[in-house]
Ligand binder design. Structure first.
Ligand SMILES: C[S@@+](CC[C@H](N)C(=O)[O-])C[C@H]1O[C@@H](n2cnc3c(N)ncnc32)[C@H](O)[C@@H]1O
Length: 258
């Protein structure tokens, strides 16, 4: 999987994906727990974003990173909630351009900085930030041990890492190597794990959102055209068939840099 160009894949999926059908489906499945304003490209919920804001333990004078920030919404909501400065990093230029616009819309342009950067190399100095968050993105890191070590490097001692991702019983096709348990990697990287929780309703949310999209083919065709609609449906079905059965849990992790 190391020869796969994930930046290209994500640039394409951020350019071509459904937005309105997706939002309708997520609203239906998540109800009150849908983080509508964040427009996440992930399974993060409102409740989880509140947990991020609480457990990152940051103050208005602090700086935090959202690694794999996508279109920026989740990190921006945490910035609004905490008053802290945000550095959003992602490998997708398309997502970052969208994130910058969203920062303007949220009135956070002066307090949020979106840059190209990834799990392998953030481009940030040692101990530069007070906290790191990441939403459903670590699963795409080519080397999770290296990614966690990079997060530890940029974090000031005592700083918090909060992230969501998945444990897998084995690596599905078309994914970088996955792990059964992130805790040994976290400890080796220099973190002390404070909480390692399975997130609420994760499997149902994955299934129900995928089915919701798959059964709205007509709406997807109207939004994307037939070819892209069918490609979207085929990809979702492939994930349901090949990835979901190998995922053992979606986790929310809270750790401190030792
Ligand atoms: C499922 S999306 C989640 C985006 C965002 N966190 C959210 O909740 O909306 C995964 C994100 O990880 C980014 N990504 C993939 N590989 C990455 C890497 N090696 N370093 C940083 N970001 C990466 C993708 O570009 C994408 O924006």
């Amino acid at each position: 999987m190391s020869d796969v160009d994930w930046a290209r894949i994500f640039d394409r999926s951020f350019t071509e994906q459904s937005r309105s059908t997706r939002q309708r489906v997520w609203r239906e499945v998540y109800g009150q727990d849908y983080a509508e304003h964040a427009e996440p490209y992930s399974y993060v919920s409102r409740t989880e974003l509140e947990q991020f804001a609480e457990h990152l333990q940051i103050r208005p004078s602090d700086t935090f990173v959202d690694l794999g920030c996508g279109r920026g919404g989740p990190g921006l909501l945490v910035a609004l909630r905490t008053g802290a400065r945000l550095i959003g990093l992602d490998i997708s230029a398309v997502a970052l351009a969208d994130a910058e616009q969203r920062a303007e819309k949220f009135g956070l342009a002066g307090r949020a900085d979106f840059r190209r950067g990834g799990f392998a190399a953030t481009g940030l100095a040692d101990s530069r930030v007070h906290a790191v968050m990441s939403v459903d993105a670590l699963t795409f890191a080519l080397n999770k041990q290296q990614a966690l070590t990079e997060m530890a490097r940029i974090l000031a001692p005592g700083g918090r890492l909060v992230f969501t991702s998945w444990d897998y019983k084995r690596t599905p096709d078309n994914r970088p190597p996955q792990v059964q348990d992130h805790r040994p990697l976290l400890e080796r990287a220099g973190f002390h794990v404070l909480a390692y929780k399975e997130t609420i309703d994760w499997k149902h949310r994955w299934q129900a959102t995928s089915h919701g999209m798959i059964t709205r083919r007509d709406e997807l065709i109207e939004e994307l055209g037939e070819e892209r609609a069918d490609a979207t449906i085929a990809e979702l079905q492939r994930q349901l068939d090949n990835q979901l059965p190998l995922a053992t849990r979606r986790i929310l992790v809270i750790a401190t840099r030792r």
